[in-house]
Design a protein. Sequence first.
Length: 82
Amino acid sequence: MNKEETVHFTITVPKSLKAQMGEFQEINWSGVATRAFRKQIEAQTIIRQFAEKGISNEEAITRGLSLRRAKQLESPKLQKTR
């Protein structure tokens, strides 16, 4: 992956979650959050594309999940991590 310029911003999490995160200091939590943000943007983009075609949110979610499952089945890397 190419290095992108980064910015700092603050997110809020429950104290109990922060305490649990503290138990795993070896984890790059910023990286975890970045991947989660990207996945959510990808999902929302798919939903938006379906909505523009007149497909309901529910149907878009169903189709999006089907596409994700198909993509996971095609990717040997994803299969190894399970």
